[in-house]
Design a protein around this ligand. Structure first.
Ligand code: XLS
Ligand code: MG
Length: 344
């Protein structure tokens, strides 16, 4: 069967448990300590925001940023870890309140572009070519505040600047329909791929599909992945789970809907995801109730569930499935899959 999967997560996936309504409930684990934990947890790849890689970017010169990124690369090499991607954190600065690339204020748009260039510099110093754009604030709270045609054009312009800034980088747009904005301009995989097609070099624009984001858009993550795979655009994934249309929960993979998780693993495996070096990212968060000493269980649990579901996916009786399909006996197929996932 298909190859082996390699797993990544970002330092933000080990966190203190603060939420919109309450403060941190777990001790902070220093970044370096987190890096030391990766291998023991079964992960060999690290995803970064630009300021995870080089903290406090503001006020640092380009050469200082480059030298800090180079020293991080050295530490990763020493630990046997690889960076997967870098994403510009464009949602925390006061200049991105109304959006980065789609802000109505030209000075703020300029800031977003400059910050993205810094992100690309860091990406290159880490020896990789992948930038992820989660377009957090590229949307609106009220429709009348922005023009959706202009916003789309501004997103294209911004991506063009990034593509032009470095001839090798590839950009993965990570769609999400809402939160923090009421309406986001790039809510789904289809939007992300179509946006890429408007750019100067569509071949260098792909997608990062996060399970919870697809579910928040009322879509099935495995079908979203299939659509992207059919376009050769699935260059990374953020697997997790989500209990209906609520806040973005980033629950452990498979913890809400095992069958939905099974189908994500199945589509990835059946189409050799990873054959071009793509990683499996687990963008999961620990429950706020979790105690300090178990603050990483959500990561190992998600990894274990992926591997168990991979086993389940690879052990289906495909002749049986084909005959159910040929007979159009989907009730039998339905029961077969449910029992198979239950190990019966
Ligand atoms: C938020 C996203 C974010 C990106 C990286 O929902 O998951 O963490 O993946 O910027
Ligand atoms: Mg994500």
């Amino acid at each position: 069967m298909a190859g082996k999967f390699r797993f990544t997560f970002g330092p933000w996936n080990i966190h203190e448990g603060a939420d919109v309504f309450g403060p941190a409930v777990r001790k902070t684990i220093e970044f370096e300590k987190k890096l030391e934990m990766y291998k023991n947890l079964g992960f060999s790849g690290v995803q970064f925001h630009d300021d995870d890689a080089v903290p406090v970017l503001e006020g640092k010169s380009a050469s200082q940023i480059a030298s800090e990124a180079r020293s991080l690369k050295q530490r990763l090499d020493d630990m046997g870890l690889k960076a997967e991607f870098v994403a510009p954190r464009l949602w925390e600065d006061s200049r991105t309140i109304d959006g980065g690339y789609t802000s109505n204020d030209p000075a703020c748009r300029k800031y977003a572009i400059e910050r993205s260039k810094i992100c690309i510099d860091i990406t290159k110093e880490l020896g990789i070519d992948l930038v992820v754009l989660w377009l957090a604030r590229e949307g609106s709270y009220i429709r009348e505040s922005k023009d959706s045609v202009v916003a789309t054009e501004r997103l294209v312009d911004a991506i063009n600047v990034m593509l032009g800034y470095d001839p090798d980088i590839r950009i993965c747009v990570e769609p999400k329909p809402n939160e923090p904005m009421d309406h986001a301009y790039i809510p789904t995989t289809g939007h992300a791929i179509a946006l890429g097609m408007l750019t100067d070099d569509a071949d260098r624009v792909g997608v990062n599909i996060e399970s919870a984001h697809a579910i928040l858009a009322g879509l099935d993550p495995s079908d979203e992945m299939g659509f992207a795979l059919a376009h050769n655009k699935l260059w990374t994934v953020h697997l997790n789970d989500q209990n209906g249309l609520k806040f973005d929960q980033d629950k452990s993979f498979g913890s809400v809907d095992l069958r939905r998780a099974f189908n994500q693993v199945r589509i990835l495996d059946r189409h050799d995801y990873g054959k071009n070096g793509e990683w499996v990212g687990l963008d999961v968060k620990a429950m706020r109730t979790q105690k300090d000493e178990k603050a990483t269980a959500h990561l190992t649990n998600s990894l274990e569930m992926f591997n168990l579901l991979l086993k389940a996916s690879r052990s289906t009786d495909d002749a049986k499935i084909d005959s159910f399909i040929a007979e159009r006996n989907y009730e039998a197929l339905d029961l077969y899959i449910m029992k198979h996932i239950m190990g019966r």
